[in-house]
Write a protein that binds this ligand. Sequence first.
Ligand code: TYC
Length: 106
Amino acid sequence: MSDDKDGPDGEAGVVTATRTRTRRPPRYKVLLLNDDYTPMEFVVHVLERFFGMSHAQAFELMLTVHKKGLAVVGVFPYEVAETKVSQVMDFARRHQHPLQCTMERE
Ligand code: TYC
């Protein structure tokens, strides 16, 4: 029996096994590193300004970095992560603080 869904050779019921996989684009963690010199208030300001955090969120995350040495402050597509890192590094440099921000593939 052949119907409209059959191909030209009448291959009803044959499911093609090969399928192009849908890959989600890689994401990148933006990490903030602790140091002994950057003022806590400056770090809080950075987190509010460049990562859209509330003051309370920013303060809590700053303390996590201070205590643990580093923390992930956000996860983004490559170009967004790169922009955040540049913004933080430029801002810190302009204020003469040694704050370090890096990114790594998730
Ligand atoms: N450790 C710094 C201080 O005691 C504060 C600080 C927190 C610095 C987080 C960097 O990413 C940082 N002033």
